[in-house]
Design a binder for this molecule. Structure first.
Ligand SMILES: *[C@@H]1O[C@H](CO)[C@@H](O)[C@H](O)[C@H]1NC(C)=O
Ligand SMILES: *[C@@H]1O[C@H](CO)[C@@H](O)[C@H](O)[C@H]1NC(C)=O
Ligand SMILES: *[C@@H]1O[C@H](CO)[C@@H](O)[C@H](O)[C@H]1NC(C)=O
Ligand SMILES: *[C@@H]1O[C@H](CO)[C@@H](O)[C@H](O)[C@H]1NC(C)=O
Ligand SMILES: *[C@@H]1O[C@H](CO)[C@@H](O)[C@H](O)[C@H]1NC(C)=O
Ligand SMILES: *[C@@H]1O[C@H](CO)[C@@H](O)[C@H](O)[C@H]1NC(C)=O
Length: 632
């Protein structure tokens, strides 16, 4: 195993090391400066020695070139077609030819454009008023050739998400002193990861309009620890807009994250358009303008796929579903009970009935509407299944019981329906841990020749639960809420009863009078706030016996949004999600790495603020980035 550390090639006086985030497995840098040429000759080579294919073209940097970043703004301003300008290859009907080869080509072009368009001058990473930039009036050496050597050719048929995202992400990035950059990979996604590294090697110059890299000659060889490097965003508790996720995908890509889990619906609102049931979103969203259209979901997924991020949806069922009642009241039991805490984990209560053929038909139509629309861009579907409330089924006239023995076979049927439908539509199911650990449900036996038949289990409680999932032979996704929940530590979102006690009829089955549980200082259940250093040093393998480690698919950080919306999303996600991304890419981090991480993450944060328009929180105070020595 290689130590993930910076090695500066011998013979150079100035020992600068590229602050790539997440940290590469191997990196060697020199200190020669190359400027990115106004015209870069690109050669995309693929295949093995016998039949090598090559596609060569030149990317020119001109003032008339709109940057991709500009395109996102275009989208944000409501001007429809984001992808018109990005994906030029269209078929006779005007549809985008969304294939691996179009993705790779677009990734190369947009990376060069983004480097040219960068405004990131890294003054905060140097001493006050230091003269750290290369002399732009001295004779310049240029990087004018980019060669991509991808051993397996990118297909030109429609994208196959399962094989695309399962591709070998390892890559090498080499920049020679003679002005040639080379990215070597074995797959399209490996090439995309290499380009994401390349982007971080360049800076803008404060007096020249050209970008430069000061790290030549350079060689980086890298590969991820886990394939599943996820972020979950709940878009139901508060409203978000498609542009929030597009911007988030840009930052995720720059941290080499690979999965965006959209927790799309919950009891409070149903913002996702389902054409088979137009009333669901029309009545269930907070407002009609806040509906995520079929086109916007597709665009987000496409945008994600083009950056190596698999964007998939969770329709959480059978719990967390009260918002369905606005359109279909007969499908929901215990809707909006005054004593909500008996029937749900948070207001309002309401759960899909468990023994009702109308619910089964609803689920069938819903899944056959939504899943085939997502499967061109992802191979995942999240089934949900957390926090199923027993008492709600006392009020469900199709069951009238809260007995686990009565409910378990019904829940098994219910989940079987969703899981087998997901697999039959080509999507690998993910379930919340409760279905396995609390309900002891069984999942379909996986077919070893078809990886998507393996149900993944997402664990949010603790490491004992991760170990139990693994012991039972399931593949696990970690994301312990004691470390990786982004909503913790902001205080609760509920109010105490005005009289200090519950009114009559609350709690359920009593005449009321229960003292309020809420007291100063009104902390939330998972306080304190998990700062980026805690997220960085979370060891998901701690307490898990090493013979089980192979069963881990990866992990996910989660943003539940009772107290988050478009306005503060960025500062709650970043830089903390990037801290987690390094654990997922480079493997378990330790406290002694924090000093170096502060510098590298500090640089990464400046880059996303300046170049992606992300309103990330600072990593530390500027003085510490400039001077170092902020240790205790
Ligand atoms: C779209 O893909 C097909 C292969 O499925 C290819 O033959 C065709 O040339 C592509 N069209 C465009 C416009 O690139
Ligand atoms: C590609 O695959 C080969 C053979 O498995 C492996 O040696 C190499 O490390 C992989 N990655 C790159 C970037 O070449
Ligand atoms: C630069 O050097 C590399 C390796 O030495 C070589 O493959 C490449 O062709 C050279 N490029 C130019 C533009 O001379
Ligand atoms: C489920 O519903 C059927 C009728 O549709 C009924 O016969 C059966 O007893 C119900 N099961 C439970 C556990 O209530
Ligand atoms: C591992 O177990 C110890 C002892 O129970 C506990 O203090 C620690 O928080 C656990 N670590 C993780 C990452 O779960
Ligand atoms: C309400 O309380 C009574 C008496 O304690 C108990 O017998 C009954 O089962 C309770 N009902 C519910 C719905 O919890």
């Amino acid at each position: 195993m290689f130590a993930r550390a910076c090695v500066v090639a011998l013979g150079f006086v100035f020992t600068l090391c590229a602050a790539v985030w997440p940290q590469p497995a191997e990196i060697r840098t020199g200190s020669r400066v190359l400027w990115l040429d106004q015209a870069v000759d690109v050669a995309l080579r693929c295949g093995s020695d016998g039949k090598l294919q090559e596609d060569a073209y030149t990317i020119h940097h001109g003032n008339n070139l709109r940057r991709l970043f500009g395109d996102i703004y275009h989208y944000a301003q409501g001007a429809a077609d984001t992808f018109q300008s990005i994906f030029k290859d269209r078929d006779r009907d005007g549809h985008i030819n969304f294939s691996e080869s179009s993705i790779v080509k677009e990734a190369v072009t947009s990376t060069i454009k983004e480097i040219h368009g960068s405004k990131f001058v890294p003054w905060k990473l140097h001493k006050r008023n230091a003269d750290f930039e290369p002399d732009s009036s001295a004779p310049q050496h240029y990087l004018s050739t980019l060669q991509i050597h991808q051993s397996k050719c990118p297909g030109s048929q429609a994208l196959q998400p399962a094989s695309f995202f399962a591709g070998d992400e390892s890559h090498e990035v080499i920049i020679e002193s003679n002005g040639t950059a080379v990215i070597k990979s074995n797959s399209s996604i490996g090439t995309i990861r290499g380009l994401q590294t390349l982007r971080q090697l360049f800076f803008a110059h404060s007096t020249s309009s050209q970008a430069y890299t000061p790290f030549v000659p350079l060689r980086i060889a890298d590969h991820p620890k886990w394939p599943y490097r996820g972020l979950s965003i709940d878009i139901a508790r508060n409203a978000f807009e498609p542009r929030d996720l597009l911007r988030t995908i840009d930052a995720m890509a720059l941290a080499k994250m690979s999965r965006l889990h959209i927790h799309a619906t919950d009891s409070q609102s149903w913002p996702i358009e389902i054409p088979s049931f137009p009333e669901l979103a029309r009545k269930g969203a907070y407002r009609p303008e806040l509906v995520w259209s079929v086109a916007s979901l597709r665009d987000i997924q496409m945008y994600g796929a083009s950056r190596g991020v698999s964007v998939f949806v969770e329709i959480d069922i059978p719990g967390h579903t009260a918002s369905i009642a606005h359109a279909f009241p007969n499908l929901i039991a215990a809707f909006n009970e005054k004593d909500w805490s008996t029937f749900a984990a948070e207001p309002l209560s309401g759960q899909l009935k468990l023994n009702d053929s109308n619910v089964d038909s609803f689920i069938t139509i819903l899944l056959h509407d939504l899943l085939p629309r997502t499967s061109p861009y992802t191979s995942l579907y999240h089934v949900g299944g957390d926090e199923v409330n027993l008492a709600a089924y006392l009020l469900d006239e199709t069951v009238k019981s809260d007995s686990p023995e009565v409910l378990k076979p019904l829940l098994q049927n219910f989940i079987d329906h969703v899981v087998t439908t997901s697999i039959s539509l080509g999507l690998q199911p993910i379930i919340w841990e409760e279905l396995l650990l609390d309900w002891d449900l069984t999942m379909p036996t996986p077919d070893p020749s078809n990886p998507i038949t393996q149900t993944l289990v997402q664990v949010w409680r603790d490491s004992a639960r991760i170990e139990e999932v693994l012991q039972r032979g399931h593949r696990a996704i970690f994301g312990d809420h004691h470390y990786w929940y982004l909503d913790c530590g902001y205080g609760g979102f509920l109010d105490p009863y005005p009289g200090g006690k519950s009114p009559s009829g609350v709690p359920y089955n009593s005449s009321g009078g229960r003292p309020s549980k809420l007291h100063e200082p009104f902390l939330d259940y998972c306080a304190p706030y998990h700062n980026w250093r805690q997220m960085f040093t979370y060891n998901p393998l701690a307490n898990i016996s090493s013979d089980l480690h192979d069963g881990i698919e990866g992990g996910e950080v989660l943003m539940w949004s009772e107290q988050t919306d478009s306005q503060d999303l960025d500062s709650k996600l970043w830089p903390r999600v990037a801290a987690a991304a390094e654990v997922l890419w480079a493997g378990v981090r330790e406290a002694w790495m924090l000093e170096d991480a502060t510098k590298r993450l500090g640089e990464w944060r400046e880059r996303v603020v300046v170049d992606l328009g992300i309103r990330a929180s600072p990593v530390t105070m500027t003085w510490c980035l400039m001077e170092g020595g902020c240790n205790l």
